[in-house]
Ligand binder design. Sequence first.
Ligand code: SF4
Ligand code: SF4
Length: 195
Amino acid sequence: MEGVRALFGRRYTSRFPAEPAVVPEGFRGIPRFDAGGCIGCGACATVCPAKDIEINDEIRDGGAIRRLTIHYDDCIFCAQCARNCPTGKGVVMTREFDLATDDRNRLRESVEKELVCCELCHEPFAARDHLLWIARRVGTAAYTNPTLMLTLLNDISPGASMVPEKGEGPARSDRIRVLCPKCRRVATLEFSMEK
Ligand code: SF4
Ligand code: SF4
């Protein structure tokens, strides 16, 4: 009797993969990076309980790069990475769930961020976008920290001379020197916080 009922009753299964499956609102599919929203801080890798977000810092072409890679074959779709991302948009949970593939390269996704290197030891120590994000969050307090201040000023006017030629007026580097009030005003007010 049950067999006859099942034969003529409504279907309880979906036709996936012949037809796309409709997943409910709030469904946690795979997380994806957003290069524009990511600042390369690495918080997602720290909180990931499955330890499936890999961070590789590389010296490359005279600069340094941080590459973050999510390995979907280890991901448990818990969304801790997205919840703890400080920008709230560096990694987002999608509603994608179909990971069936015979190409393992499809099971990972990376984002790359430029790293800033120490001017003394030359070791990379933070992503440039991370420093800029902090500098803009703290506002004028960024000017109390030379690393934040110089990273911010370099972003505002890239390529501007950090070391003035002899006889030239104040440059950015002069802001962390002993200056007379007049030169201090010029060196400070030449650059604004606005991008
Ligand atoms: S900004 Fe977000 S996605 Fe990017 S590294 Fe930090 S926590 Fe991860
Ligand atoms: S969803 Fe969870 S397991 Fe997957 S990458 Fe994010 S934190 Fe790690």
